[in-house]
Every structure is written in C-alpha cells, then in structure tokens.
Write a protein that binds this ligand. Structure first.
Ligand SMILES: C[S@@+](CC[C@H](N)C(=O)[O-])C[C@H]1O[C@@H](n2cnc3c(N)ncnc32)[C@H](O)[C@@H]1O
Length: 430
C-alpha cells in the first residue's frame, strides 16, 4: 500500500472507533481481516496513525477547528509526523485509494500548523473535565505532564531474576535496540520510534518464551519493588489480574515464602497460570474467587499488595482511546471500588505488616485522597514513606518530583520517564 491508501484506512478505522465506540485494537484487527492485501507493515502504519490521532486528539482538533477522523488523521500525518503539507497534498492526489484531495482551507490550516489560542486542556490533550484535577496535582507543570502522556510509550522489559539477569539479556537483545534504564535495576527499554517506525515483535524472542523477561513498564516494576517483598515472607497480591505485579513480587521473593494471588474477577486471573509457569514461579497459590476464600489469611500477611482498579489515566500513552471515553461516572465508580478494596484487603495484614496501595492513575481523587481517607478511617494503620523505600531500593537514583506529605510517590512520563503510577505504603500497628 502507498501512504494514500493507508491514510484512507486510518480514517476508516478511526471512524469506527469514534462512531461505534469500538476498542482500537478490535477495529484494527477487523479492518485487517477484511483487507487481506494489507501487509503487516501497512497495518503498523495504519495503527500508528490512529493511535497518534487519539493521543493528540484535542490539540489536533483545536488546530484544525474540526474533530472529524479525516481532520485528525491528516493533521497527524502532516504535523505530528512532520511530513509537511506539501508531501500530504502529493500523497492525496497521487493515489486513487487515497482520501479526497486537500481543500484550500485544510492546506492553509495545516501550513500554519498551530491552533490560534488553545485552552490549556487541549494543549495538554487532557479532557476538559479532568483539567482541574491535573492542575491540582501538577500545578504549573500540568500542560507538560499532559503532553508527555500524549506521546508514544517505549517497550519496557523486566529481567526475570528467577531465570536471568539484565546484563545477560542486554547482550541477548542487543539486536532489538534494548538498553538499560536509570531507575529499575531490572528494566530494559526499547525506545518508541517516531512516525512510521516499527517496534520489534519482542514476544517472538526466544528469551520471552523461556521466561527470561516479562513485558512490564518501568513504573509498574518500581511499584512492585517499593513494596519490598522479601524471600520467606507471606504476601497477598489482592488485585492480581493477569499477574504483571505478581510475577515481579515472586521474583523479589526468590521463590521463597508464600505468595497468594487473588482477584475478584476470575476471568482476569485466567492468563496468570501460563505466565507463572513460563516465569518459573513456584511459591504461589492462585486463589480463585469462585472456589476458595481468603479467610485463612486473615491477620497473617507480612505484605498485602493492592494494585487497585483505577481509571488508568497514567497509561494513556498506551491506551489513548480510554482517555476520551473516561466519564465522570467511571471515576466515581473506581473511587468506590478502591475504598471497597482498601477496606477488605487491610484485614489480611498482620500486626506490624505492610499494605501497599498502587494505582496507574495520576488523579488525586484516586491517589492522595484515597490514602488520606484510608488513614482517617483505619487508625490501626499508619503511613510508611514510599520515598524512604525508594532511597533504600534505588541508592543514587534521583528522587521523584511528586512526593506527598507522607512520602507517597507519583511517577509520570514527564518526571520519571515511566507510565503514571502512584504508590502509598502503610504499616499495621503492632
Ligand atoms: C489494575 S488491575 C490489576 C492488574 C494486575 N495486578 C497486573 O499487574 O497485571 C485491577 C484489578 O482489580 C480487580 N478488582 C476489582 N475490584 C476488586 C475487589 N473488590 N477485590 C479484588 N480485586 C478486585 C480487577 O478485577 C482487576 O483485575
């Protein structure tokens, strides 16, 4: 396919996503199935166009004064990908599969390349209704933080220390361009490529099949690291889902002690079994909510890890469609879920044990406010500084920029180069 046909396909897919509210991956997959002539390179470019258009939807709509899929895709190609208006005009006129040629008005707007006076929320590509929350948490950095959440994300890997180490992996994966990061001692990163760039298919690597590494954002790795799970401990991963954090906790425990993985939704737990096996985790019991209870763990855990259900505002780089779909009701529901989870999970912590509360959100409503609510309503717990845990686990690393009065941490793409993650630690009074 030439770029003209790819632009037309991207407009078609984005129209599906916008009008029929379909997840991007599904819309892309269906488009590929219906257009067998498109190769994997074509599908990558089409996907990149759609994802980048969604990442930058508000700023591109402000620039074009138009938020139709056509306007967003053409602006992505010309401005975000820096192809320029002349190359775009040529692409549209030289290919019978291409969308309609550029109108004079479109050509004029695209050559200016800047919206007249965009509101800060659209400059930042943050939904208008969430702007007060962004300002509350980031202050004068709110636009910069929003912009960083609108960029492409790198592919991060975690060396699975049950089977490998980072040095060995760096050599093995040299051909992928993977390099070490500066924070997590286990992280390898393949930087995002701009425009048409294609990322290596990392799951096809022998090392992935052998369980030497996992795909896991560095922020997620750090959240698990800060919980300080140790060999020999009793640890409950209360919202284990597909097991991303579970695997990191198991590696930190060196397969010693006992790790319990639980999730209220047994379907979400389903992939965990295969992943645990591949990673060589042996000290684990998966507690299926349909067939077992956690009663026997009451007051027994050295550490309860809560990777709470949240809005996912910290991972907008990877799921840009969720950014525009998020509604006030969903935020209110997640806040309620988080309180429910905090309320329930605390009971499994033994006196003197720890509770880690983690979200992949940057919103204060789900983070600092929830930590404060928990402390207020659970006098048997006191806060424990995640910043101190950071200093201990990462000697020499620069300190995170967003630290609350209790030492809770907020990681963000702009400040730590990771996805957005919040970590608060508590200790049950002995
Ligand atoms: C952020 S996801 C977990 C992701 C997972 N830990 C990982 O790293 O791959 C949050 C999980 O919380 C679970 N959850 C929601 N409400 C819950 C509850 N009341 N009790 C336990 N788990 C719950 C959801 O099913 C979901 O899998």
């Amino acid at each position: 396919m030439k770029d003209g046909g790819r632009l037309a396909a991207a407009i078609e897919v984005l129209t599906e996503v916008e009008t029929r509210h379909r997840p991007v991956q599904i819309a892309l997959r269906d488009w590929g199935a219906a257009h067998r002539f498109a190769g994997s390179g074509d599908r990558t470019v089409i996907g990149n166009l759609v994802f980048d258009a969604l990442r930058n939807k508000a700023s591109l709509a402000a620039l074009m004064q138009d938020e139709t899929p056509r306007a967003l895709i053409l602006a992505t190609y010309s401005c975000t990908w820096q192809k320029g208006v002349e190359a775009l005009a040529e692409t549209l006129s030289g290919d019978r599969h291409a969308p309609e040629p550029l109108s004079e008005a479109e050509a004029r707007t695209l050559s200016v390349g800047q919206a007249p006076d965009p509101a800060p929320a659209s400059q930042a590509d943050v939904p208008e209704w969430l702007w007060p929350s962004f300002q509350a948490v980031f202050g004068e950095n709110a636009v910069e933080e929003g912009r960083a959440l609108a960029r492409r994300a790198p592919v991060d890997l975690r060396a699975n220390t049950l089977k490998a180490d980072r040095e060995k992996l760096l050599k093995r994966l040299a051909h992928t361009g993977a390099g070490p990061t500066s924070l997590s001692p286990l992280c390898l990163r393949i930087e995002a490529k701009p425009g048409l760039g294609r990322m290596p298919h990392i799951q096809a690597e022998e090392g992935y099949r052998k369980g030497w590494f996992e795909l896991q954002d560095e922020g997620s790795q750090l959240a698990a690291l800060l919980a300080q799970a140790k060999p020999g401990e009793q640890v409950l991963d209360y919202c284990a889902g597909g097991g991303g954090k579970t695997l990191a906790l198991a590696a930190a425990m060196e397969n010693k002690g006992q790790l319990y993985a639980y999730d209220a939704d047994r379907l979400r737990l389903a992939p965990i079994h295969e992943r645990l096996q591949r990673a060589g985790v042996r000290n684990i019991q998966v507690r299926d909510p349909a067939s077992s209870t956690l009663e026997d763990l009451t007051g027994q855990m050295d550490l309860v890890f809560i990777d709470a259900p949240c809005t996912g505002t910290g991972v907008w780089r990877r799921r840009p469609d969720s950014k525009w779909r998020l509604a006030e009701k969903a935020l209110a529901d997640r806040i309620e879920d988080q309180r429910h989870v905090l309320e329930n999970a605390g009971r499994y912590v033994k006196p003197g044990g720890r509770l880690a509360y983690v979200t992949c959100s940057v919103l204060p409503e789900e983070n600092q406010n929830q930590a404060a609510w928990f402390l207020e309503n659970h006098p048997d717990f006191k806060s424990s500084s995640a910043l101190e845990a950071w200093k201990k686990a990462l000697p020499g690393a620069s300190e995170p920029k967003y630290v609350s009065e209790h030492g809770d941490l907020l990681l963000t793409p702009a400040s730590t180069g990771t996805d957005g993650f919040f970590v608060a630690l508590f200790e049950r009074q002995a």
